[in-house]
Ligand binder design. Structure first.
Ligand code: GLU
Length: 312
């Protein structure tokens, strides 16, 4: 690895110091009540290298709601179960629309543009439900998978967040019902929503998340455990989707500024991948207009620039 790794710890601390002082922090998501109460002052960042060293700064140990970052992991699991057949039900193109938009679904006959916007993730949740008897089993399977890839048995979902999402998730319920009307959900929409809300409600720290994402940086295999998660080709393709679709209608801007595959969540987290080198997780709860972490993206822009990590 390049010499700049020797100063990675200092770089992370400098970025943390700079961003902690910033007043323009964005606004935490308020449409999911428990997320609205999270202070925008939090900031954490963790980097897990493929040589198994980890570096962190700020509140990298504090668990937060990973929200849509979980969609990377449910996609990985669903591709493992269904292979390329999954692509008959969900596309691989950026949508250019908001994460919870219903607009394109009518024009495109119930086939969501990609697995990271909400309708796409609902189809993925439906695909995961296909082999289980009950939503609870599927949720258990997702948690087992997360614990396996992060090599950490403490990872769980926050039931209060899942309940709050169910209580306020009228748009997601509309999307699920609409998908069902097009024949692109095979299970009861309420069951699909139950699985979806629970995987969005998983809490993880930056450190846990960076470790969980390492398989994407390391050709599909977790270098810490030596266990294979996906083939190198599949890891490459998931990274391609993160690059093109991981930040909703802000994906182009993120690619331009950061130059790394990344996936955001409305909890203010972002997981980014430096192929062959590192998995990075950052958390700053204030969001920009596209629902992506405002200072999280900035931290990654600074880090990628200083380390020379852009893939371009
Ligand atoms: N659970 C959130 C929702 O469905 C996830 C959105 C996100 O993180 O972007 O609205």
């Amino acid at each position: 690895m390049d010499d700049r790794i020797n100063t990675l710890q200092e770089t992370l601390e400098e970025i943390t110091l700079t961003l902690r002082a910033r007043k323009d922090r964005g606004k935490p998501a308020d449409y999911i009540p428990p997320l609205a109460h999270v202070s925008p002052d939090h900031f954490g960042i963790a980097v897990a290298l493929t040589d198994n060293r980890t570096f962190m700064a700020g509140e990298a140990d504090l668990p937060f709601s990973i929200q849509s970052i979980s969609k990377v992991f449910t996609l990985t699991l669903a591709l493992g179960m269904h292979g390329d057949a999954l692509w008959r039900r969900v596309g691989r193109e950026p949508s250019g629309d908001a994460f919870n938009s219903i607009v394109l679904l009518e024009q495109e006959k119930g086939i969501p543009r990609n697995p990271f916007i909400n309708p796409g993730a609902l189809v993925v949740a439906d695909a995961l439900l296909a082999r289980a008897r009950a939503p609870r089993e599927t949720i258990g399977e997702i948690l087992r998978f997360l614990r396996f890839i992060a090599d950490d048995d403490t990872i769980s979902a926050d039931p209060a967040v899942a309940r709050a999402e169910k209580a306020t998730g009228f748009r997601n319920a509309a999307l699920a019902n609409y998908l069902h009307s097009w024949g692109n959900l095979r299970n009861d929409p309420d069951h699909v929503l139950g699985v979806y809300f629970h995987h969005c409600a998983v809490t993880m720290s930056c450190l846990q998340l960076a470790r969980a994402g390492l398989y994407l940086a390391n050709g599909g295999r977790n270098p810490a455990t030596g266990r294979s998660v996906v083939s190198p080709e599949r890891a490459r393709r998931i990274n391609a989707l993160m690059m093109t679709c991981g930040h909703y209608d802000g994906s182009g801007d993120f690619a331009y500024r950061v130059g790394l595959p990344g996936k955001s969540g409305v909890g203010g987290g972002i997981l980014a991948v430096v192929p062959g080198v590192a998995s990075i997780a950052v958390w700053s709860p204030g969001l920009n207009a596209n629902g992506n972490s405002h200072l999280g993206a900035e931290a990654l822009e600074m880090l990628s620039h200083r380390m020379g990590w852009s893939v371009f």
